[in-house]
Each structure stands twice: as C-alpha cells, then as structure tokens.
Design a protein around this ligand. Sequence first.
Ligand SMILES: Cc1cc2nc3c(=O)[nH]c(=O)nc-3n(C[C@H](O)[C@H](O)[C@H](O)COP(=O)(O)OP(=O)(O)OC[C@H]3O[C@@H](n4cnc5c(N)ncnc54)[C@H](O)[C@@H]3O)c2cc1C
Length: 498
Amino acid sequence: MRTTGEIIRGEGLTSERIVTVDACVVGTGAGGAPVAAELAEAGLRVAMLEEGAWHDADTFTARPRDMAARLYRDGGQSATIGDPPIVLPTGRGVGGTTLINSGTCFRTPAHVLERWRTRDGLAELTEDELAPVFDDVEETIGVAEVPAELAGENAAIVRRGVEALGFSGGYLRRNARGCVGSGVCAFGCPAGAKQHTGVTFVPRAWDAGAVLFTGARVRDLVRRGDRITEVVAATTGGGTLRVRADVVVIACGAVGSPLLLRRNGLGTASGQLGRNLSIHPASAARARMDHEVRMWEGVPQSYYVDEWAADGIMLEGIAAPPDQAAISTPRTGTELRDLMLDVGRTATFGVMVTDEGRGAIHRLLGQPVLRYDLHRDDAARFQRGFVRLAEIFFAAGAREVMVPVDGVPVLRDGDVEPLRAARVRPRDLKLMAFHPLGTARAGADPARSVVDGDLRVHGLANLHVADGSVVPSSPGVNPQLTIMALATRAARRIAARG
Ligand SMILES: Cc1cc2nc3c(=O)[nH]c(=O)nc-3n(C[C@H](O)[C@H](O)[C@H](O)COP(=O)(O)OP(=O)(O)OC[C@H]3O[C@@H](n4cnc5c(N)ncnc54)[C@H](O)[C@@H]3O)c2cc1C
C-alpha cells in the first residue's frame, strides 16, 4: 500500500475548477475514508474532498501546544453549551478525528445492535452481517491488543486494583502498528504508528485511482429532483471546486454533516436532523501514589474496566504529558502548583458514560452551536463510576484520590464515603466528551430518522451520510470501529447497486 498519492491542495485552486467523477466523498475521517476506499476498489472514479490538510507524521513534534492548533478544529477548544458546558474536541485534516484519537477499538456490542434492530428497524444489522465487515476493517487498520510492556505504570496501577477487587478489565485493542508508547496519541503520533484513516483507507482509495482534494470546504449541494448533481466547495486558495458525481457521500462528522445538510435544505423532513446528539461524556480522577508513575510514558489509553458496562459506566485509561495535565487539572493557584510538583507520582484514569441525555446542533452567526444538558441519571452514573474508580485506586495503594466533582474533598485513607454521600448535580461535574454521534440517525422509518439502513438520506436517490451522525444511539464503547464498519457496509451496498 502506498502512503502518499495524488493530493490536489486547495491553496493551489484559486479560480473555478470542475471535476466529473462517479462518486464524491466529503470528509476523510472514520466514515468517509472507508467509503472512498470501497467505492474506488469497486471500480468507481472517486473524488475525496477534505476541509483540512494532509499532515506527515514526521512533522509531528509530540508537543501538545504545537499540535493542537494544527490538528484540531478550533485548536481543540470546541465545547457544548448547557449544564455543565463540556469540551468536545474534533480533528481536522486527512484522517479527521482518527488522526488525533487514542486508537481504542471496540466492535459494536451485541445488545446495542439488538436495540437498533428493534427500536430503529435496522433489521439487517446483525452480528453475523457485520462480523466480516469488522474483520476487514480491523485488518486494514491493524487492530491488536496493547502488550503489557507498552501499557505503562498508569495502567498497571489500575490493573492491580482491579485484580485485587476481582473486577472485570483488560488491555484495550488498538490500531497502532509498531507503537512505541510515545504517550501523545491525541496530538498526532510522532512514530507514525497509529493507523488513522489517512494512512490506511485513503491509500487504499489512492491505489484504486481516487483523487484527494485538501483545503476544500464543501458548502453547497446542488439538487435536481431527487438527486444531488453537484458538490460545491470553497478552497483555501479562494477558488471554487465543483464536483459532478452520480453518488454523493457526506462524512463531515456528527457536527459538520447535519449543518451541511440543513444549510442545503436536505434531510430535514423528519425533524430529526441535528437532534439526538449523544456524546459519551467523560471525566478523569487522579490518584497520588507513593512511587514514580510517569503517566506520560506508555500508551495513554491502554486498559479498561467494563465491570459496570451494563449500567452505562466504562472506565478507560487517560493520561497526558505534564503540560497538558496542567491545563486539564481543574485546580488553580498554589493547589495546582502543588499538584504539578507531584505530577510524576500521579496516576489518572477516565470514566465514560453511556448517556441518556440528548443534545442538538444549530448554527448561529455562521458558527456551530451545540446545546447539551447532562441528564441527572448520567450525573449519578459519574458518581457511581468515580466511587468505583476511587476504590480501585485505593486498592492499588493510592495515598489520595481527587475527583473533579465540586464540593467533594480529596479522598484519603481509602475512605470514599464523602463522594458516595455527596449530592452530585450535573453542574458539579467537570466533563469532556470525544464522541459526538446521532445527529442524522439511521432508521427504517423516514418519520423518525434521517437516513435508511444503507445510510441513504430518506427521499433522495443518491445522497448518503456515512459518519458518526448516523449512529442511532450511544453505543457505550468508543465508536470509531462502529463508524468504519457501518460506512464500509454502506459503500459495499452502494457499489453493488451499480
Ligand atoms: C481526543 C480524541 C480521542 C478519541 N479516541 C478515540 C478512540 O480511542 N477510539 C474511538 O473509537 N474513538 C475515539 N475518538 C472518536 C473518533 O475518533 C470519532 O468518533 C470518529 O473519528 C468520528 O468519525 P467521523 O467520520 O464521524 O468524523 P471525523 O473523523 O471527525 O471526520 C470528519 C472529517 O470531515 C471533514 N469536514 C468537516 N466538514 C467538512 C466540509 N464542509 N467539507 C469538507 N470536509 C469537511 C473534517 O475536517 C474531518 O476531517 C476520539 C476522539 C477524540 C477527539
């Protein structure tokens, strides 16, 4: 497989350019790139349009403050408004958010597929139907379990606690061939190990003749009857790119796709476009240990605890280099200074919740606005998750545990009662989220969903959406494999229809 192919950069497109292809795929993240690869390999002439740039791994500095501005939309500062406000970063570049994600890979759980079949009428999404698709996706992106020696002491601490208490946990499966544990997955893998879609599916598409346009922000979708005839993008060079195609696939992510469709008056019939936003809200607790942890050494997200997955609570590794840890620690002044002086002996671990709450996406003054209020049942899940995580840390020998919950003191001497007894409201929590989903959800009923089971927009013959926005409900696990599998399956169905 090639690692580079034909890139037409938007900076060089300063006037109008018209391109005619069989298929136009907008966005090169977890959804778009697999579609482009599949359609090109099926013999279609494919154009990939990506708003962001192509980034070579050898330009990645491993310094969060350099890389966030380069690889994230809005420098990683995007957030929801609501109770509480939640930081919700996404990637921008060839590879989309897979370029800066942690590389964790879970298949869609069976009970989630069952829900999509019964609630959403997606009868064909069975484990048997999807198993070969997952196999193919995992082979393309090189999914394998993290070896213990790369997992780092941060994960080893939690593993010791989990084993002492008899809970269920394990090393995560990830897409990082030749990982050396650089510890900065979220800021562009400097070893080039992470197998994001820009270095896996995009080269597959290139090998089959596809062309990639970068710096091309799609704004308009020209409609004739029930078909989209032209995709129009503004280029970074100030030009206009017009792509005429028989098949159009929108894969701008769960924020970008509903906004693009709504701007063009498409997919709005059910009233569901832009609604049903789920985000898997997440947070992290810190533990001060008596020994050196150096949490930034090894794979930051290498271990998980799924003992309470049925209750919608997953614990997953999260760790950061010291500068990033300083930014993300919800403390100030001398308290922050003291914590940072001890950062070498600090362990962190995350709590992620399968959310009941749902948000919505709007556009205001040209900017996306995400409204999301944490459901009180989800606040209770965080409380239960933090109690369990604190118990795990104490079982592993933690001196003290800090949870990002207003009003809860630092926990000491193995005593989690101050946290268990607290009345935790949504506004008391400091949260982040990494998995926007559901804003153009798939379903059999056009009155309740935006796309059908083949990810085609209801009522339109050749317009598809293939990204996180089509995921019908919060899957409870990190979603990249789900998105890649749904996109791959949809592309195969498009190609088979001819
Ligand atoms: C820090 C972080 C860590 C994560 N870790 C994991 C993990 O370990 N495992 C996991 O499963 N998931 C993880 N995720 C989430 C996962 O990466 C995303 O769910 C997934 O990439 C979403 O895929 P997508 O196709 O919906 O969107 P994206 O991957 O975001 O791709 C959308 C692409 O469309 C482009 N685009 C947008 N608008 C336009 C436009 N108008 N014109 C042209 N192009 C456009 C964007 O620039 C972007 O490249 C993580 C996310 C973050 C932020």
